[in-house]
Design a protein around this ligand. Structure first.
Ligand code: ATP
Ligand code: MG
Length: 600
């Protein structure tokens, strides 16, 4: 799904706001800091929307705050309409809450922790599953209270390894997070119905924000659970990779995307000898490939994994050298979660890390899982299971005959998808790769948190039952930055009307002349009367810099009033999205022109 549609942003029933530059803080600057590369970062600083306080921490100045309020209001309207209700939980979270869920371990260094004066440990909330599940333990007592969907708009804290790009990845940021509670999966009160409602609400929210986005299938990640979708703003500068099948509409993020049928066989005849090569001091697959006169796609990559069971087993995942192993797909293939093996433990077990090959299965008891593409060749370069050595001429049929005959090799889709891979939905069609910015994420959590924290309720049959949950996040501050990434030109931001801090930028030339002041007051008053938010640049500046700042700030409509336009009975009108110069129009026509321009 994808949308570029916008809806009316004018609340005709309420008066628009009017604000003057001289009465607010808009510290525009000519030069963004040198670490600012992404357009949203550069322009939001240059246009005086945000100012950095520390790494990943920003002041939201008046213009940004107005836009954030507009995004938040759209979110509130759509969440309320979908039957959710707003509350506010604290950012402080006692560490004991994490005892059951172990998310302090899952989050690791991402979690900001602190200690109070009594030595009690606290976390600054990265999200609120623990707090709300704990709250519900005392508050949900009867099956009659279901379903319930609660949300908040609040500051979140994550100690991101690399905070970047201004509001796109902060360490302190604004999130809308919602949590729903159910006793069933299906039916009107079930998780699936609320999940679908949230999917629709998110579609409305991002459509109303004027974003071009896609809803894609996603892995549930550290939050766990059984199903999830991400809402991605389509943007080449985005960090996330999405794979799309145009024919079927299938879209998934790179961690989740399935790959369609690929032909494979163990019976490809050998065409060269197995030869051992000395390959010392070669960091990375590219230098080894070059030394062996091949390319990464002519090599096999064997990753040593460990199952997370009570008595863990070794797993070797084999993919082509230019592909990446996907641990979730390995988990699905073998029916058990895996993690990258600890290097020390793997070495102690006999693996020669960096030089492991599929042949290691003859000396160590392990599960061997191979991606189909790693079988589609007669001759491979791979590790020699000896320090500083690789082999060329490896052939599955000849060199792995015993394992193949013993049924010891499992073949499965275990790698990340990439552009050009066969579509999992339509035979003959391929996946295309796109970039995106994740602005929203919805999960079916199931009973992960209720079981960990002990949230159960007597159901209709008077039986104790773990509550089924869903959770639904939107990056509010990131959404604002994503809008700028999507919509700007060389001169500045081009705000979608619905979330622009104001609708009209009224440039005043000669603001000290009484007749100009009178015309500006009358114009802004009339516009506000029609629900239009007006920003008046009343600074005693020359026209040139004022027009430059108007482009930089990027409000949808620019009006100019000067002694000359007044004399002609006109106001100059220009759309920010339009490259043409501003043109004078009769004063009486202006309000309607603005309303038309701001209409869907
Ligand atoms: P990412 O993969 O980008 O780190 P996430 O998947 O960890 O994000 P969630 O836990 O799904 O994030 O949080 C819900 C939403 O909060 C995300 O969809 C995103 O829009 C927003 N978000 C997450 N981390 C940040 C951050 N560091 N800065 C700004 N917004 C964020
Ligand atoms: Mg996410």
């Amino acid at each position: 799904m994808s949308s570029t549609h916008t809806t009316s942003c004018i609340a005709k029933s309420t008066r628009g706001s009017v604000q003057r530059w001289s009465q607010t803080l808009i510290p525009t600057v000519r030069q963004a800091p040198s670490d600012a590369e992404m357009p949203s970062h550069v322009f939001m600083i240059r246009a005086g929307f945000i100012r950095q306080v520390g790494a990943g921490v920003y002041n939201y100045l008046p213009l940004a705050w107005r836009s954030l309020r507009k995004v938040s209001e759209i979110i509130r309207e759509e969440m309320d309409a979908a039957g959710a209700s707003e509350l506010l939980m604290p950012a402080f979270q006692p560490m004991e809450l994490y005892a059951g869920t172990k998310r302090d371990i899952d989050y690791g260094d991402l979690l900001f922790t602190l200690e109070d004066r009594h030595g009690r440990k606290l976390a600054l909330g990265p999200t609120h599953e623990e707090v709300i599940t704990d709250l519900m333990c005392g508050a949900l007592t009867s099956y009659k209270q279901f379903p319930l969907n609660l949300y908040q708009i609040q500051t979140k804290f994550r100690d991101e390894f690399r905070p970047r790009a201004g509001l796109l990845r902060g360490r302190e940021f604004i999130m809308k997070d919602a949590y729903s509670f159910h006793l069933d999966l299906d039916g009107d009160a079930g998780l699936n119905a609320t999940y679908d409602k949230m999917h629709r609400a998110y579609t409305n929210i991002f459509t109303r924000c004027g974003l071009d986005f896609s809803a894609v299938e996603a892995e549930a990640g550290p939050i766990g659970g059984s199903a999830s979708h991400e809402f991605m703003v389509n943007c080449e500068a985005g960090e996330d990779t999405i794979l799309v099948c145009q024919e079927s509409g299938y879209a998934a993020n790179v961690e989740k995307a399935e790959i369609g049928e690929r032909a494979w066989s163990f019976e490809v005849a050998a065409d060269s000898e197995l030869v051992k090569h000395h390959t010392p001091n070669m960091p990375g697959i590219h230098s080894v490939a070059e030394h062996l006169s091949t390319t990464p796609s002519g090599m096999l990559k064997s990753i040593v994994l460990r199952t997370t069971e009570e008595s863990p087993r070794w797993v070797i995942a084999v993919v082509r050298g230019d592909h990446e192993v996907n641990e979730s797909k390995v988990r699905d293939a073998i029916g058990c979660s895996v993690e990258l093996a600890d290097e020390g433990e793997a070495k102690a077990a006999g693996f020669v890390i960096g030089y492991v090959s599929p042949r290691v299965c003859s000396s160590i008891d392990l599960l061997l899982v191979v991606d189909p593409d790693a079988l589609a060749g007669a001759s491979w370069a791979t590790g020699a299971d000896e320090p500083d050595h690789h082999v060329t001429g490896f052939n599955w049929s000849r060199d792995m005959g015993d394992a193949i005959r013993g049924g010891k090799i499992q073949v499965a889709d275990i790698r990340n998808a990439q552009g050009g891979d066969p579509s999992p939905r339509v035979a003959g069609s391929v996946l295309q790769e796109r970039k995106g910015i994740e602005v929203g994420h919805i999960f079916k959590l199931g009973t992960k948190y209720s079981e960990a924290i002990g949230l159960d309720v007597l159901n209709k049959d008077q039986k104790k039952q773990s509550v089924i949950m869903g959770c639904y996040g939107i990056g509010v501050s990131r959404t604002l930055a994503a809008c700028v990434e999507m919509s700007h030109d060389d001169n500045g931001i081009i705000w979608p009307a619905a979330i622009a801090p104001f609708h009209v930028h009224l440039v005043v030339i000669k603001p000290n002349e009484p007749e100009v002041q009178e015309a500006v007051s009358a114009m802004s008053d009339e516009l506000a009367g029609h629900g239009i938010d007006v920003f008046i640049d009343d600074r005693a500046e020359r026209p040139g810099p004022k027009f430059k700042d108007a482009d930089l700030i990027g409000l949808p409509i620019r009006l100019t009033i000067s002694p000359k336009t007044i004399e002609q009975g006109e106001v100059e009108f220009k759309l920010r999205s339009d490259d043409a110069r501003g043109v004078g129009h009769p004063r009486e026509a202006i309000v309607q022109m603005c309303l038309d321009a701001l209409a869907p």
